[in-house]
Design a binder for this molecule. Sequence first.
Ligand code: GLU
Length: 469
Amino acid sequence: MTVRVRFAPSPTGMFHVGGARSALQNWIFAKQQGGVFVLRVEDTDAARNKPEWTEGILSALEWIGIARGSYEGPYFQSAYAGEHRAAARRLHDAGRAYYCDCTREAVQARTGSQYQGYDGFCRDRGLPPGAGRALRFRTPDEGATVVVDLIRGEPTFENKLIEDFVIARGDGSPVFLLANVVDDMTMGITHVIRAEEHLPNTPKQQLLWDALGVKPPIWAHVPVVVNEKRQKLSKRRDKVALEAYRDEGYLAAAMRNYLMLLGWAPSGDREIVPWSVIEEEFRLTEVNPSPAFFDEKKLRAFNGEYIRALPVDEFVAACQPWLTGTGTIAPPPWQPAEFDAAAFAAVAPLAQTRIAVLSEIVPNVDFLFLADPLIDEAAWAKAMKEGAAELLDAAVAGYTALESWDAESLKATLEAVGAQRGLKLGKAQAPVRVAVTGRTVGLPLFESLEVLGRERTLARLRAARLRLV
Ligand code: GLU
């Protein structure tokens, strides 16, 4: 039997990092089993779905390494409405489902609680279909539903505790629980690997598989992803969109490595490993069922390591979207004509060791491309204390007389200027750095001045000096 797995996102918003994690786990499992990965877009919630979200999911998957054309699909759930309705009819015709006209209020009045499930009032009334009548599944009174789950063992659910749940609404439209099962059947899915949030649905869905006469799939409910307060990652509170990480300058390789560590680890005390190792060593059965902490700080550190490991030319290429502004990435503060590729290439190795996400390249190099540096006023106030004006004068004099405009000479000159005033190099550097780059921190100063050139450096030092008059 060929293994067939599916990733079945609902296009109702940005693509959640937890979803990306599940997609990768499905992807690797399929590959390891010589199986097939199916992408199914669950687009039946017409009120919440938008086509642009679907496109967002496809491109985010592509970014993370699941490229269009390398999987089966995408199928769209909405195209299978006929199958969903036919299954509902079959269940009704076989006596496994019945029509019900109870209102929520009536059920509550009878059971005395809004939390108690449906009380089975219409079970044996034999109501024919009709407007406003929901179709409910007749849950067995006896026995238990045992779910075979590769991560959680065999969670067992007493059937008598499962209410007669709705499978089609009063307008005849099948609900998610049924549509999802029917699609999995239609698509020959053998393993359902999905988020733990769906575990409460699983016994109901397995009962539907049984009632429709098809062997249920093997399940694997992967752990919920939580923030540092152990709360489920939520789009209202946490940064959850894969696209947001991409646009901030996380590398796809770092991201997917990190996502695979949510609840699992490769052999030996390693975390940063080539994708080929993950593909080889990952075992769905080894995934820890407890909630997985999505540690943004750790991901950032990971990304920094991935950035530092890039060959310089790849680093330069990877920075391009932030240097030019493309797609959803905001343009930099300089004009395209002001950008100087050679100057960037000269400082790129210095920047590569200092940034953790690619978007941080912009504030590190903007001083090279802007006519005037963007002065951070707080930095200015901090650096331009007493004596700054005189120090800038001396720096201008020293730098004007400098024979060779190179980092070493620039440093020696400022060292001497500082020493005359009893200042260590660090202190002497501060006003120069702010005058030239606008900031208190950044790339190594003297290499920066070398690349910026004599004329522009001197002009900025003079302009700062004038501001201090
Ligand atoms: N469309 C469902 C979701 O996005 C997936 C259900 C499933 O994987 O079975 O949560």
